[in-house]
Design a protein around this ligand. Sequence first.
Ligand code: GLN
Length: 457
Amino acid sequence: MSLKSIITKIPTVQKEFNIFTSYIENSTECPADSSPASGKIGAIKDNIATKDFPTTCASDILKTYSSPFDATVVSLLKGSGAVIIGKTNLDEFGMGSLGLHTTFGPVRNPLNKDWCVGGSSSGSAAAVSCGIADFALGTDTGGSVRLPSAYSAIYGFKPSYGRISRWGVIAFAQSLDTVGIFANNIDTISGIFRILDQHDPRDPTSLSVETRESIKDQSVKFKDRSKLKIGIPKEFVQSDLAPEIKESFMLYIETLLEKDYEIYPISLPSIKDSLSVYYTLAPAEAASNLSRYDGIRYGKRNSTKPDIVNANFFTESRSYFGQEVKNRIILGNYNLCSDGYKNNFIKAQQLRVQMINQFDKIFRFKNILTNNKPDHDIDILLCPTNLSPPPPINSITHAPKSNPLHEYMNDIFTIPMSLAGLPAISVPFSKGKPYGIQITTQYGNDEALLKFVKETV
Ligand code: GLN
């Protein structure tokens, strides 16, 4: 499709699925050249800063915000010849799993308009799944690329933490935030990853050039192994897994066995703590990050109303946050207050380290960041991405009082990899069906993971 016909199609697609928070209305055709992403059409999650479009985080508090600069990922894409057609709708500040907590209204799933598309990178998943974009960028803090890609039957890749720059990506929980890639095929995912996988001196958590070199050596050894050993964590064998998802997962395992891969059950006992650890740490980081929205530095202020009420500061300015964001601020501050800090925050940090150590023990290759000694020789881990198919939008928006814990449960398979910073991809093994298989490997072996997917899915 030419750029012109895509631009003509956007308003119709937008009306149907509510994918964008803003989009281009006219543009000149770009001449095709030999740049790596030349002519590729991309969409960017609206928590990533762009000069050409507003950057709203789908929040009332930033609805009129325009960034004076492009995030590093956006500059790299533009420099590689990609055309950005718009910013995509999301759960406010990346907080959510369904694509419903947004000031722009719910995103609809192109597989079935009545279903949720998943979140928080909801519009990015829908843009690829409906075919208006070749690829889209999202952010994945606890599963926000992998879950919506599973609900949309497309590929969604969360690279190792630190490989893609976060400069210009609005922070939710920066010890977990990772930029991720959506596409309809693995070659596009690999191509976009190669463009973005670079050290960025402006992001203090971006992997150094030296660490990247060591990772490359390890990744080559990994890629050259002819038959990788596969592990299935028994803690991920969930009794409430939907039967059709179980069936699809078993089918994939059968194809691997036919290809002579060896598959073993393994155990990662700490996985059972991962939801509580994540929902202690992520809101704490979020509460701290969101304190900059005080109507002075960021956010808006109503000049006709006082912003200090009963000795509480920023009352009016912070009323522009949505309900889920407010829940996280309260939860996060509770976990950071003096009692909560020792009992919850520090405990969760300790459990996170324990989980990373357990992952390191089962893999064949060393984790370049921890230097832990491996105990086993597993190369690849497998589990489903989602527990159940996407819920109908109405079942949630019309529920009398929904319990946020139900939404948090959707992250059960994706959060452990986020806490450990591991590369993980959700692949649509059953074509056109709203569920995915999550494939993970040791920290830094991203290219080997993509190669394995290419050979087996
Ligand atoms: N659903 C998770 C949350 O709400 C993960 C979000 C994300 O990855 N941005 O925190």
